[in-house]
Write a protein that binds this ligand. Structure first.
Ligand SMILES: Cc1ncc(COP(=O)(O)O)c(C=O)c1O
Length: 128
């Protein structure tokens, strides 16, 4: 394969991925939108938008805090997601999967739960 063919395939793959994200179909300041602020807010592909839309149209209810049909479906979907994540990361148990609101909450949870049980007064830490 030549470099030119490789580049063409890269562009084709990029175009295919872009097409999955409806928000990227717009122009900003006269240019096709390129979005780099993923750490703060990630854009969502069409499959995620459709799943969210379906959830809010049919199943939206309290998770783990209701006994009615919608709450049962919402809880099943939530716990089903936990099982899928557990399988995806090859977790030993679904109990290893903890959902947090964001990266900050996740790293703080690790720091407090692991750090408080492992660190002793006088220990030093370093960041490289
Ligand atoms: C570069 C970068 N890293 C991390 C974060 C933290 O993200 P979260 O809201 O998931 O805690 C942000 C949030 O804006 C960010 O911009």
């Amino acid at each position: 394969m030549t470099l030119a063919q490789d580049r063409t395939q890269d562009r084709t793959l990029a175009a295919q991925v872009r097409a999955d994200f409806p928000i990227l179909a717009q122009t900003v300041n006269g240019h096709p939108l390129v979005y780099f602020d993923n750490a703060a807010t990630s854009q969502k592909p069409r499959a995620v938008l459709e799943a969210l839309n379906h959830y809010y149209e049919y199943d939206n209810a309290n998770v783990h805090r209701g006994v009615h049909a919608l709450s049962a479906r919402a809880t099943d979907a939530y716990e089903g997601a936990r099982d899928k994540v557990a399988a995806f990361v090859n977790a030993a148990s679904r109990d290893e999967i903890v959902f947090t609101r964001n990266a900050s909450e996740a790293i703080n949870l690790v720091a407090y739960s692991w750090g408080m049980s492992q660190l002793q007064p006088g220990m030093k830490s370093s960041c490289r």
